[in-house]
Design a protein around this ligand. Structure first.
Ligand SMILES: [Zn+2]
Length: 262
């Protein structure tokens, strides 16, 4: 009986995460067009029909409708389903990593982690689509950082302030020397995230971003999809590195020091 109840709770956690990321889909699609994210019902982008409540159930509606609009039959982007599943998986992971807390669903630390993953997901998709990272995301990360101060007391204020400059400042200098090396949004993303993660985690975060961005860029050059002087969105790679480092940055930094014999 306990196992069944526990199973139901995990399913509930998944759908809680999927619901939040379903809203994130609205943010990802509307924000670049400066549309309101709270007003206006969701519509089919093709026929303009307002979606019914039955069509808005995260993950399930997409699967029941086989990825097609009920009204006009046009294919719905698989990205909606992917982002919702990502939200479900993120909530489950944060709850497992930081514990279930007093609510029995997720602890406050887990909630901070989940909110941060949400912001990073929105940043990554919007930057991929538009090559812009809005300032409001940097502000949200700074606010999360401030809320997290009493929740992560092991992270000293000095670690947070050093975290703000340890990667962002060299990025700024490189951007000054090499035109278009990094966008202002990328630099601000690393500065605001540094306050939330602390400096230990920022180094592996940037390393992961450079590695994955470098691999992507090499593949695109080999396939001749981009030229040597073309720019590409670096935000998704930074977001990926930051997401990994939020959970494992300190551990990776510790490994690195032990390998170096420090
Ligand atoms: Zn339609």
């Amino acid at each position: 009986m306990m196992i069944v109840l526990e199973g139901i709770l995990w399913v509930f956690r998944f759908f809680a995460g999927a619901c939040f990321f379903s809203f994130l889909n609205v943010v990802i699609y509307r924000l670049p067009f400066k549309e309101s994210i709270v007003h206006g019902r969701s519509r089919c982008p093709d026929c303009g029909r307002t979606l019914t409540a039955k069509e808005l159930i995260p993950c399930i509606s997409f699967l029941i409708q086989k990825g097609k609009c009920v009204g006009c039959g046009v294919d719905i982007s698989g990205r909606y389903l992917f982002v919702e599943c990502l939200g479900g998986a993120a909530f489950v992971f944060c709850s497992a990593f930081f514990g279930h807390g007093m609510s029995g669903l997720i602890s406050l630390q887990g909630l901070i982690a989940f909110a941060y993953l949400g912001i990073l997901t929105a940043v990554a998709w919007i930057d991929w689509d538009t090559r812009v990272i809005c300032d409001r995301f940097h502000i949200c990360i700074l606010v999360l950082g401030m809320i997290s101060i009493p929740l992560f007391p092991e992270l000293l204020l000095m670690d947070r302030f050093v975290g703000m400059v340890i990667v962002a400042l060299p990025m700024f200098w490189i951007a000054m020397l090499v035109d278009g090396a990094f966008g202002g949004g990328d630099i601000k993303l690393m500065a605001s995230s540094g306050f939330l993660l602390g400096w230990h985690a920022m180094i592996p975060a940037f390393f992961f971003a450079l590695m994955s961005g470098g691999i992507y860029c090499t593949c695109m050059l080999v396939k001749e999809k981009i030229g040597r002087k073309d720019h590409f969105a670096f935000g998704p790679f930074l977001a990926m590195g930051l997401a990994i480092s939020f959970f494992y940055g300190d551990t990776i930094f510790g490994w690195y020091l032990s390998i170096c014999g420090l």
